[in-house]
Design a protein around this ligand. Sequence first.
Ligand SMILES: [Mg+2]
Length: 477
Amino acid sequence: MTQQESSSEDGRPKEANAGRRGRSRVSKADGRASARRPAAPPLPEPVVPAWWEPTGGLPAIRITNVRAICTAPDGIRLVVVKVETSEPGLYGLGCATFTQRPLAVVTAIEEYLKPLLIGRDPNDIEDIWQSSYVSSYWRSGPVLNNALSGVDEALWDIKGKRAGMPVYQLFGGRCRQAAALYAHASGADINELEDQVQKYIEQGYRYVRCQMAVPGYSTYGSRGAPRTGSNAERARAGDPRERIARQARQPWEPTPYCRMVPRMFERLRGTFGDEVELLHDVHERIPPIQAIQLAKDVEPYHLFFLEDALAPEDIDYFRIMRQQTSTPLAMGELFVNVNEYLPLVRDRLIDFIRVHLSDIGGLSPARKLAAFCELFGVRTAWHGPGDVSPVGHAANLHLDLACYNFGIQEQHVFGERTREVFPGCPEIRDGYYWANDRPGLGIDIDEQLAARYPFPEHPLNGAWPPVRRRDGTVIRP
Ligand SMILES: [Mg+2]
């Protein structure tokens, strides 16, 4: 049933009008009885958002279609939502990229959110978020939140386009002109790592995340195949089957890694001095007590932050870690419910929130979380790897510009093909992200071009291959 079929001339649902007429007839038929008894109070009329009258001085528009667009221009599985409206040419884009489970997100969008949204007024962002969130009864989680994020960010994009303003203007305007970025330097050994840090410093970056391989181990964030591998093996490193096989051949052990990291930072500080800000991602791979020792061991090297020293399952250890070290702590990339941040922020146990925006449901919850953190002196560091789509990076950037408690932004340098598919991708200059001044999120998608890059074949259909210890125990990736 369409919006038009279900509503009458005055815009109210037919059921509501029928109810009023029905009560009127009963009253007349009751005759003398109603004269003796006080009339029953009128029943409250149903309030159904689909029939809300447009407000704000703009002509009424409706959501006419919601689609998930899948594309992988540079091999990374990206999902973007397009919300179309009754105004010709007006649509919004939002990031719904959960690259390890993209097809589950597509189903959540097209089979479950779309029926809720057709006919709605796209202006009602908050009500659409809240009503979509509870519509599954069991809520939150990465699949449903990514679907919700795709819609939410698209609605902010639409609102900005209608207002003729970039989204950061709707959030209160800019606190800064550009967002400082941190780049990823990684190396098979310290010489390769230093070369990369030097390269980024020369390009204008002042924040660099440093990761280095532990020889013989499958180390998170280390660059490419190990130098001990054959040339043929390195050439095949881009092949997912080869990557999975290599990872299976290389186990992970926490202790050699924990010995390596402080030595790495000692060398880097000796080479580059104190001006450059250094970061590191533990990727939740080590037991909590070793994480506490590691945070103490790197204290002399004054990191900008140590990321994911603990897993979401171990967050109570932050209380102990905080008492033992002043190394700044970043946490939250794996959280999938905005409420997970609250105890860590409220008790001042971390310094930066890491947030994969689409995993908590998009811009609307992220704005609230950022405002909450500001009151506790906690800064933002939105997750910005390659498996956040360029639309998601644009959403990050609008928050970076508008949130007073901005800390740092993780960068990803998208390949040329991805930039062609997504015109308006945020620009990187001198170690900063720069927004364009186009209305909305300022980014578009060339759907014809996107269709040329379907998801690539992958032995695990895009899943993260298992990482194991020497004895075969699987660990967190
Ligand atoms: Mg991380």
